[in-house]
Structure formats: C-alpha cells, structure tokens
Design a protein around this ligand. Structure first.
Ligand SMILES: Nc1ncnc2c1ncn2[C@@H]1O[C@H](COP(=O)(O)O)[C@@H](OP(=O)(O)O)[C@H]1O
Ligand SMILES: [Mg+2]
Length: 268
C-alpha cells in the first residue's frame, strides 16, 4: 500500500479491504456456529484496521469498538488532534445470520444478509474530517472521497429505517405522526447508507449507541448534504471521554424539520 494518500481515500480503501476480508471469513466459516463467526469477524477486522492505521498513520490516535476498555479510556485520545473512530463490524448480528425463507438465494444455497458494514472515520480538531462505510455484501463503499448524490424527495409518504432488534419506543407514533412506514434494517451504517442511496428517506435511533456506530456514516451523510444530528436537533459530537452517543436522526434534508418537530412533540 502507498503511504502518501489522502485521508478520504485511505478511509475508503481500508473499509473496503476490511469488508472483503469479512466476506472471505464468512465464506470460510459458514453460519453453523454464528457466535464463532461473529467473534472471528470482529477480531480479524479490528486487527487488520489497527495494524493498517498504525502503519499508515502512526501519529494518529484510534478509537475502535473492539479495543480493550483500557485502550478506549486512554486519555491521550482526548488531547490528540486526529483520532480514527472505527467500527470493524457494525451489524455483527446480521453478519452472522442466515437469510431466511423467501429471502434465501433462489438456487437453494443459504446466503448471508447484506445489512452489515465496516466504519472508518477520521475526527480532526473537533469535527468529522473523513469517513467511509463499506457494505461488503452489497458490493459498495460510500465515502467522503466521493460523497453520494442524494435522491430527490417527492412529497408524500416516506420510509424510516429502524433497528431490527432495538427500535426507539416512540418510533411507531412518530411514523404515524409524519406519515411514514418503518423499515427494519440491521447496522447503523447500513441504515444511513440506505438513506443516502434512496432505499429509505430517514433513520431514527434512540436508547443507546456509541461513537463508532455513527461516526463514519454521519461523516458521509454530512458530506452528501443530508441531515445528521441528535434527535433534539443538536450537533453530533465525537471523541468525547465517554463514547456513548445514544441517539441520532439522519434524513434527506427536506424531512428534517418535520421529523425533529414530531420527535419533540412525542417527548413533551
Ligand atoms: N440500545 C443500544 N445500546 C447499545 N448499542 C446499541 C443499541 N442499539 C443499537 N446499538 C448498536 O448500534 C449498532 C446498530 O444496531 P442495530 O443494527 O440494532 O440498528 C450495533 O452495533 P454493532 O453491531 O457494532 O454492535 C448495535 O450494537
Ligand atoms: Mg456498531
């Protein structure tokens, strides 16, 4: 690999390569022992990204979901100018799940799901400076190197992506209030990518999440001109001492005002 490369391209290349490794691991291990598949995916992708960033950006700090507690609490990260915030495998559950029923491949071979991602973001002096979300099983990587062009929004009913396993408690009422349908999808990265590519128009989450779950997809969403904020409308902030970042709203810009107003009304 080259060592002189801009941060946008580096994020995209590393996320893509980590994703290709994850696809090969899934092919090799199969779905029979889903815990073993999950653990090996998390571990191998983390090791790859740590080694590559350590070699190509030796003076930068790293915050990874798979780091040890001590590494995550390392105070040097808080005074660093540049911190890579990575989730080596977002949507771990979906990565290790067999697609069921009519979703299974037509040739009868059980196939994996495609709603999981690799997140690589760069935080620099208070803001997200670069980011990439690889969607290996969808064969694409979205990144700030070439931000996607947002779909135009036609007035009318729209779709809100939510967690398959832990959707916010208010989201049914919100959908009713704003005239939307809920679409359960795994992985924060896959859901935010779905907003940027036109599969849905918004993503709402609350109740718990961490910086690595949203840093890279939020970087791409903001670079593309989408709305990305906390659900009270305030800015998403990263590289905090406590990496908890429990809620997020990403949407096409035209929908942000009504979604924020709807969420506010439901929290009164
Ligand atoms: N209530 C909660 N508390 C902590 N983490 C949560 C959470 N809800 C979702 N997440 C995390 O956010 C990511 C996307 O979740 P979901 O697919 O349910 O939307 C997952 O990351 P990982 O797969 O990296 O663990 C998941 O662990
Ligand atoms: Mg995650």
């Amino acid at each position: 690999m080259m060592t002189i490369r801009d941060d946008h391209a580096l994020a995209a290349d590393l996320a893509t390569e980590a994703g290709e490794r994850l696809l090969r691991i899934r092919e090799r291990l199969g779905f029979d022992d889903s815990r073993a598949l999950r653990d090996e995916g998390d571990r191998a992708s983390h090791v790859f990204l740590m080694e590559a960033l350590g070699r190509l950006r030796p003076s930068d700090s790293i915050l990874s979901e798979e780091a040890t507690r001590e590494e995550r609490l390392d105070p040097r990260r808080l005074s660093a100018d540049r911190v890579w915030i990575v989730d080596p495998l977002d949507g771990t559950r979906e990565f290790s799940e067999r697609r069921a029923g009519q979703d299974a491949a037509v040739d009868g071979t059980p196939e994996g799901r495609s709603d999981w991602a690799v997140h690589v973001a760069l935080w620099e002096r208070g803001r997200l400076a670069a980011g990439a979300v690889a969607l290996p099983a969808q064969g694409r990587t979205l990144s700030t190197a070439e931000p996607p062009t947002l779909p135009a929004f036609d007035k009318g009913r729209f779709r809100i992506a939510v967690s398959r396993s832990r959707p916010p408690e208010f989201v049914q009422k919100l959908a009713y209030l704003v005239g939307a349908d809920l679409v359960p999808i795994g992985s924060a990265g896959a859901k935010i990518a779905a907003v940027l590519t036109g599969d849905v128009e918004a993503y709402v989450h609350a109740g718990g999440q961490y910086e690595w779950d949203s840093a890279a997809p939020a970087a791409v969403a903001l670079a593309a001109g989408a709305h990305a904020s906390r659900i009270d409308g305030s800015e998403l902030t990263y590289n905090q001492a406590d990496p908890s970042l429990p809620d997020i709203l990403v949407s096409l810009p035209e929908l942000a005002t009504s979604l924020l107003a709807g969420i506010r009304d439901l929290h009164r």
